[in-house]
Design a binder for this molecule. Structure first.
Ligand code: ADP
Ligand code: ZN
Length: 431
């Protein structure tokens, strides 16, 4: 097994020893801004109280609202002159949050990103095309820096302009791409429409992330683009991509525990969930100096995967993200996550590359309608065949989500697409 960074070979004892030292330093550093200084004083905790990684439980949580309340620079813990870059969350869920990085912060982020890509099999001989948006979004510059650190020829293509993407892939013999999964499905459709044979393209690896996606979606991306796809997880608050990444086992994401302290809690009680149970991911930076963040409640739902990974890395693995606590909607009294629906739909061979969940109501009567694109070859004139398919999908969904949805089959490419994070749920209910 080849590694990019020595930290990948650390055993649990070494990881935990490093965590204690780094957590202590982080508490010390975070205390330089008024926000954390007050928090620590209230909780009566100081750096000296950190003796084991578990002592992190003495520190209060940080929420998205806390970060918003400190926007833009309240959490700065170094003189402003030391900041060389600012990033901001894409604002999927409201007011933005800004994170400022020192040169060293950017350096260690690039190292983590390079390490992640190397783990997925990317080498300096690869040509890397970044098909995600740049700008404030960390999936642009964040991944870009990792690819350059690795030494790949790096093409900052950005998102969209799908035909130009394909031309670049061919002209520069791109072997690795980074792409948001819903946009990967758009790319897949465009390839198909243009009669391109994916196996004739030089692509071999896709790094996919930035939004929840089912394993069925991953499989589709792999088949349609002729690649192996690796799940990439991160969030702006924790730098961005490079927090947790899949190794070549493709079985869960290793969290880089030398750089992040990871916890999973019951979102209602704040207590740890039992090993292997689903809960909210809580992360702390261990190496960041510009804006350290402790016990950040990500709202992302996942679980620890038990046992050791066959790749030999001892950094713990989390399961693919099931969704966010704030993704959940309630219809007819039942709690539903969009991923449950995607899992069923994307597993059907007749289904094309896009779907949309629409929530509607007429007075107190609520309905969930799921618009599903059907592949050309299944979009036949035969009404009975179509109705049969519609009922089959509705039944499968019903057994997964426990309410009966209305399923509407629509033509390929008729639903709105996005180059960034997809909007999967349209809530038209009157409040
Ligand atoms: P925003 O919170 O505005 O979307 P970010 O760009 O920082 O801003 O997005 C981070 C979020 O994106 C994560 O908290 C998570 O919800 C989602 N995300 C990122 N990577 C993945 C992934 N591989 N699987 C599922 N969700 C992901
Ligand atoms: Zn592994």
């Amino acid at each position: 097994m080849e590694f990019f960074d020595r930290a990948e070979t650390w055993d649990r004892a070494v990881i935990e020893a490093a965590q204690v030292v780094r957590l202590r330093n982080t508490v010390e550093q975070a205390g330089r801004c008024a926000f954390y200084a007050e928090r620590f004083a209230e909780a009566k905790v100081t750096a000296a109280d950190i003796r084991t990684p578990d002592d992190i439980r003495r520190i209060p949580f940080t929420t998205k609202d806390d970060l918003r309340s400190q926007y833009p620079e309240g959490l700065l813990c170094v003189p402003r002159d030391e900041i060389v870059r600012m990033h901001s969350s894409s604002g999927t869920t409201g007011t933005p949050v800004a994170i400022c990085h020192t040169r060293n912060d950017l350096n260690s982020w690039a190292d983590l990103m390079a390490r992640s890509m190397y783990m997925a099999g990317v080498r300096r001989s690869d040509v890397f095309q970044n098909m995600s948006g740049y700008g404030l979004f960390t999936g642009g510059l964040g991944i870009h820096a990792g690819a350059e650190r690795l030494g790949c020829m790096t093409i900052p293509a950005g998102a969209g302009n799908t035909l130009r993407q394909i031309k670049l892939v061919k002209d520069f013999r791109t072997t690795v791409i980074h792409i948001i999964p819903s946009y990967a499905l758009v790319l897949a459709n465009t390839l198909r429409e243009n009669g391109e044979d994916p196996s004739a393209l030089p692509l071999r690896i896709a790094l996919i992330g930035a939004e929840p996606h089912s394993k069925e979606t991953r499989q589709r991306v792999e088949e349609a683009l002729g690649v192996t796809a690796y799940n990439s997880f991160g969030l702006s608050e924790m730098n961005g991509p490079g927090v947790a990444f899949e190794c070549q086992e493709q079985n869960g994401l290793h969290v880089w525990e030398d750089a992040y302290l990871v916890e999973i809690i019951d979102p209602d009680t704040g207590e740890y969930v039992a090993e292997g149970e689903l809960g909210e991911l809580v992360l702390s930076t261990l190496c960041r100096v510009g804006m350290p963040i402790l016990r950040y409640r990500t709202r992302d739902l996942t679980r620890f995967l038990p046992g050791n990974c066959a790749c030999g890395r001892m950094h713990r693995r989390i399961d693919r993200i099931q969704g966010r606590t704030d993704d959940m909607f309630i219809i007819k009294g039942v709690n539903i996550y969009p991923m449950q629906i995607e899992h069923v739909i994307m597993g059907r061979p007749e289904v094309g590359q896009n779907y949309l969940i629409v929530l509607e109501n007429e007075g107190p009567k609520e309905d969930i309608k799921i618009k599903v694109e059907i592949r050309d070859e299944y979009f036949v004139e035969d009404m009975r065949a179509l109705q049969g398919l519609q009922q089959k999908i509705a039944r499968r969904l019903q057994s997964e989500i426990l309410v009966t949805p209305k399923v509407e089959l629509v033509q390929p490419n008729s639903l709105p697409t996005s180059e960034g994070k997809a909007t999967r749920v349209l809530d038209l209910r009157e409040k």
